[in-house]
Design a protein around this ligand. Structure first.
Ligand SMILES: [Zn+2]
Length: 301
């Protein structure tokens, strides 16, 4: 997960329309959740390459075609961050039906992060749970108070972090999996929201731990190993080796700025400090070259 800026003006015309607001009023006035329709919050259309969704298209722009939770490029479905029809942790809660068309409540998620057993209708909170929309004096819904980053919703302190509200560097670090299964994400905040988010979306499932290595580490590792082989074969000298290593470390820094790549937050974490680089990257390199790499990292920083 990494922080995402999704602009209010980027939502679809249909979501922004008065017609959608009237449809929402009908739901909140009758509490009939069968009226919630994906023709509004998904808005499917035919595309020469297959069925598409206008809302997904807009979310993909902000999220660079990545899942909000596991940060992999994928076909992401529209996920209601606050579940629209029921909440697992509270059987008496009607679900956040009044947020079914709210832009800040629509998040792109891969089917694995959002399936039953993972996120689905889970939504545990630390604070007081909100169970109805805020109304204006005339009975209309106060849409400004339906936003994820605004009171009263933000005061729920959801355990599940919101990529447009919460900053991942306050909640997550990474470590090498002790069982040799790639790279784990770990929660670091005192309230336990980071760890809860990992649990809810199963962010340490095996495929993800291995994918982090494959997408973020392996190219670098292969390039460095090839350089040392060239040195051994006499194809380059020590000076050339040092220059090429610096170039590859520069590439790691560059990659951490590319939001359209898989696992950008891990890339950012790796280059944030020599300690992080040492902890996450060096274990994948041969013991006898590690000291050269860490010195090179420090001198390019
Ligand atoms: Zn995912």
């Amino acid at each position: 997960m990494r922080f995402v800026v999704k602009r209010e003006e980027d939502k679809t015309d249909r979501l922004a329309s008065n017609e959608t607001y009237q449809a929402l009023l009908a739901i909140t006035n009758t509490l009939d959740k069968n009226l919630i329709t994906d023709t509004i919050y998904r808005e499917a259309y035919d595309h020469p390459d297959g069925k598409r969704s206008r809302v997904e298209d807009r979310l993909s722009l902000a999220y660079h075609n990545k899942c909000a939770y596991c940060e992999r490029i994928c076909k992401a479905d529209i996920e209601h961050y606050r579940p629209k029809k029921a909440v697992n942790e509270d059987g008496s809660h009607p679900g956040y039906y009044w947020l079914c068309y709210e832009w800040t409540n629509l998040i792109p998620s891969c089917i694995t992060c959002n399936r039953e057993g993972a996120k689905h209708n889970k939504f545990p909170v630390i604070g007081h749970r909100v169970s109805a929309p805020m109304l204006l004096a005339d009975g209309n819904i106060d849409l400004a108070l339906s936003k994820a980053g605004v009171t009263p919703l933000v005061d729920e302190r959801p355990y599940l972090l919101h990529p447009e509200v919460d900053h991942p560097e306050d909640y997550f670090e990474f470590e090498i999996d002790p069982d040799g299964e790639g790279i784990r994400i770990i929660g670091i905040d005192g309230e336990g929201r980071g760890n809860a988010t990992i649990q809810i979306c199963l962010l340490n499932r095996l495929e993800l731990k291995l994918d982090r290595v494959e997408r973020v580490i392996n190219d670098f590792k292969d390039a460095i190993n090839a350089l040392f082989l060239k040195l051994e074969n006499g194809n380059i000298n020590d000076g050339q080796l040092a220059d090429r290593i610096s170039e590859h470390i520069d590439l790691l820094h560059e990659r951490s700025l590319q939001e359209n790549r898989n696992h950008t937050y891990l890339s950012k974490y790796i280059v944030a400090s020599a300690e992080n680089f040492e902890k996450i990257v060096l274990p994948f390199l041969d013991l006898k070259i590690r000291h050269i790499l860490i010195e090179a990292f420090k001198s390019t920083n």
